[in-house]
Design a protein around this ligand. Structure first.
Ligand code: MTE
Ligand code: HPA
Ligand code: MOS
Length: 798
């Protein structure tokens, strides 16, 4: 395409010339992404002598390793070395919190797919061929142990990776018992593979004086640095970790990039040669953890309007074989059960069930979606039992003003925009008219049934581990007026570097083209937190702003001294410095400052105020603020085949005052579609030996572009953050993942329309695959036909 004539490029170029902050500028690497020029870890030109690693995986879910006989592996073509746990000089661990994740299994394997040895060979293909011998009985001999494979089994044995979490407020049991209406049920939601387009990869290069440079596709370079140092028994300053960008992380590279970084570094250290480890997609699926699947038991008491009087829930999460980040995930699940609703009397229990499967980890939303989903399902069931529109029941329970504004964990909801946001969305989506039209359609359509649902989101922003809420940056202004920004965050496609560059450009009044963001590098900014919890731009934007403001203050002081007036009166705008009637080009003034020996670079730091948390009582102020949103989704379901289609989606999402509306809308669209995949088509299935059988796109169905609805109306809610965040913006990365709860409930609505006489909701589980839809339809028909239709709702768990 002729880029000059592209109206979008022309329009955004015009924006770039104006103020960069708040403009819908394209992603800083958009051109590179679409042309294929963006450099990912595997694209880094390989140094002469580079070797390639592959992992030999456990073929059993639980077993003692009786013996390893690796001679046949060593004799394979191209093999240079085969490494085991015994080769690790320091700590054999890549776990982020508890040190319970061996890099290479020692003594025991705890899931099918666990790495037991690493093959280092002259090519990627030869390494993989040799590593595949891990499947032969004469290479790894096991004494099988009994595996525990399901949440239900682990729960029955009370087998947990961490002690259960319990948060209680008021007297839920008594309030439920005394309520005019009661509901009790179970529900289940599946896990979800992150399916980053770029798989896990690390490239380690030994350096002089026992140094190690690790290129890692990671959300957490500082943790990679630390774990590699501990593995090699080195002080941390000998390891450097760099990440230019990831081809997606979605939480899957918050902690679990470590295994790959550690193996590459171990091999590079042992052999004194550069070593790359890039997981094949199937291996990536088999080795790494996913979103936690969950089983729920809930009960609630409510009044005639559907207002909750008391509620109890047990959320049993599948942690997998080790703790990883499950404690924080479960805590976030506990803190999101309320979603948008005030719960006066409530008990929330979360269990981290230990199973012989992959160690589940962060995935967009980080337990928040698992916490809030069951609330939305429960409210929807309550509405059906009362014969009311679920929307009315939701609004009756919304956090309000005054008395009804304190969360179960004790934080006041101070910035609540749920009611006006919902009203605006109801109007723009024509919810009421469409609901009526839908009912008319369903009366005359015997096979195709339509369904609609509106669900809201309230999502807490901050790491729920308070000390992680800090960030650093380093800003350099060069003598020609060009600016380089280093910050501790990582770019995974979410547009963090673009936003941070916009913030810095805004401080100096420069066009965006004058600001460049470097690769993330542990030698530039130390002790960083993962880019996670949606806090990337909140934290790193503030740190970079802090650094840029320090430099600007020095320049303003010089300008005032030179041209008169006070430093506060100096204006940085349109690439110029305005000082007491004088207008000087930014570059010229910077060169002048250099000659005057003014420091033209600065560090910057930010620590989120207000956050605190008591992990014992599960109370405090874990979130700096909340982000809000709501979606109306309409589906049509074929009640003969279980196939369905999303017809239209209307989304209104609160990103505060957006730093970049184009990027934020992209995040909302992406989060919505990704969440829809989780709840409808993405199904993880382990066979009875504990082997994950859905480990490639052939068997694991992520949404495609054809799954986006023809009418997809995504708007940002006009708002600004009540807290003084950077540009009064709000984090936007994760909250939209909860918006497609409305898709699941619209499907349930459509199933209900096929059994109009039913007085209860269809027992639909997630993912709502066509099979699950037909099962729910059959069950609803059977129950409605039987005399027990009035019994309490019991949702069948697969
Ligand atoms: N968007 C893209 N394109 N790729 C990703 O990997 N990860 C999500 C979200 N959006 C992700 C994404 C997750 S899990 C998080 S926590 C945030 O981005 C992290 O980035 P932020 O804090 O800068 O928003
Ligand atoms: N999100 C992501 N990662 C985390 C969190 C969180 O809330 N808390 C600790 N690690
Ligand atoms: Mo996102 S799950 O916090 O990486």
């Amino acid at each position: 395409m002729n880029r000059q004539s592209d109206p979008f490029v022309a329009q955004t170029a015009a924006h770039a010339a104006q103020a960069a902050l708040g403009a819908p500028l394209p992603h800083e690497s958009a051109d590179l992404h679409v042309s294929g020029e963006a450099r990912y870890t595997d694209d880094i030109p390989e140094l002469h002598g580079t070797l390639h690693a592959a992992l030999g995986l456990s073929r059993l879910a639980h077993a003692r390793i009786a013996s390893l006989d690796l001679e046949r592996v060593r004799a394979m073509p191209g093999v240079v070395a085969v490494l085991t746990a015994a080769d690790i000089p320091g700590e054999n661990n890549c776990g982020p919190v508890l040190h319970d994740d061996p890099v290479l299994a020692h003594d025991e394997v705890q899931y099918l797919g666990q790495p037991v040895f690493a093959v280092i060979a002259t090519s990627h293909a030869l390494a993989r061929r040799a590593a595949a011998l891990a499947a032969s009985e004469d290479v790894v001999r096991y004494e099988p142990l009994e595996p525990v494979l399901t949440i239900a089994d682990a729960k029955a044995r009370q087998q947990y990776v961490l002690p259960p979490l319990r948060l209680t407020r008021g007297e839920p049991a008594a309030r439920i018992a005394a309520a005019p209406h009661r509901i009790a049920g179970t529900f289940a939601v599946g896990g979800q593979e992150q399916f980053y387009l770029e798989g896990q990869v690390a490239y380690a290069l030994p350096e002089e004086q026992d140094g190690m440079l690790v290129y890692s596709s990671t959300q957490h370079p500082s943790e990679m640095q630390q774990l590699v140092a501990h593995l090699l028994n080195w002080p941390v300053h000998r390891v450097m970790c760099e990440c230019r960008r990831m081809g997606g992380g979605f939480g899957g590279k918050e902690s679990q990039s470590a295994l790959f970084a550690c193996v590459a570094a171990l091999a590079a250290h042992k052999l004194g040669r550069p070593v790359k480890l890039r997981a094949d997609r199937d291996d990536d699926f088999l080795i790494t953890g996913k979103r936690h699947d969950a089983l729920y038991e809930y009960e609630a008491g409510y009044d005639d309007t559907g207002r909750l009087l008391g509620a109890r829930v047990e959320i049993a999460l599948r942690a997998g074989y080790s703790a990883d980040l499950s404690g924080a995930v479960a805590t976030r699940a506990v803190c999101h059960f309320d979603n948008a609703y005030y719960l006066s009397d409530v008990e929330i229990v979360a269990l981290c069930c230990k199973t012989n499967t992959q160690s589940n980890t962060a995935f967009r939303g980080f337990g928040g979606p698992q916490g809030a989903l069951v609330m939305e399902v429960m409210l929807d069931s309550i509405a059906r039992s009362l014969g009311r529109d679920p929307l009315e029941v939701r609004r009756a329970n919304y956090y309000g003003i005054g008395e009804r504004d304190v969360t179960p964990y004790g934080q006041r909801v101070e910035d609540n925009v749920l009611a006006p946001l919902t009203d605006e969305l109801l109007a723009s989506s024509q919810y009421a008219a469409r609901r009526a039209a839908l009912a008319a359609f369903n009366r005359t359509s015997p096979v195709l049934k339509r369904g609609i649902a509106l669900t809201p989101v309230k999502f807490g922003i901050s790491f729920n581990v308070p000390h992680l809420n800090q960030a650093g940056a380093l800003v350099h202004v060069y003598r020609d007026g060009s600016v380089l920004v280093n910050h501790g965050g990582t770019e995974m496609g979410q547009g963090l570097n673009t936003k941070v560059a916009q913030v810095v450009a805004g401080v100096f009044g420069l066009p965006l083209a004058q600001v460049r963001v470097s690769a993330t590098d542990t030698s530039k900014v130390a002790n960083t937190s993962a880019t996670a919890a949606s806090t990337g731009s909140d934290l790193n934007g503030k740190a970079a702003e802090d650094a840029a403001l320090a430099i600007r203050a020095r320049l303003a002081e010089l300008a005032a001294a030179q041209h008169g007036g006070t430093p506060g009166e100096i204006v940085f705008e349109d690439g110029k410095v305005h000082a007491n009637g004088q207008v000087i080009a930014f570059a010229d003034f910077v060169e002048f400052a250099y000659m005057k020996r003014v420091q033209l670079w600065s560090d910057g730091f930010y620590a989120t105020p207000k956050v605190h948390w008591d992990a014992k009582t599960l109370t405090g102020h874990p979130f700096y603020y909340f982000a809000y949103g709501a979606a109306v989704s309409e589906v049509v379901v074929d009640t003969l085949t279980g196939e369905w289609k999303l017809v239209r989606a209307d989304v209104l999402h609160d990103a505060g005052q957006s730093i970049n509306p184009a990027i934020d809308i992209g995040q909302v669209e992406g989060g919505y579609i990704q969440g829809m995949g989780w709840l409808t088509s993405e199904e993880l299935w382990w066979n009875r030996d504990g082997k994950l059988m859905t480990h490639a796109p052939s068997t694991y169905k992520i949404p495609a572009i054809s799954d986006t609805p023809a009418a997809f109306n995504v708007q940002l809610y006009r708002n600004e953050n009540a807290e003084p965040t950077v540009f009064r913006s709000k984090a936007v990365g994760e909250p939209p993942l909860l918006l497609p709860f409305s898709v699941l409930l619209a499907i349930r609505d459509a199933i209900g329309a096929a059994v109009p006489e039913a007085r209860e909701a269809a027992p639909l589980v997630a993912p709502a695959t066509p099979e699950a839809i037909l099962d729910a339809l059959d069950a609803l028909r059977a129950r409605t036909a039987s005399a027990q239709a009035a019994a309490p709702i019991e949702v069948v768990v697969k």
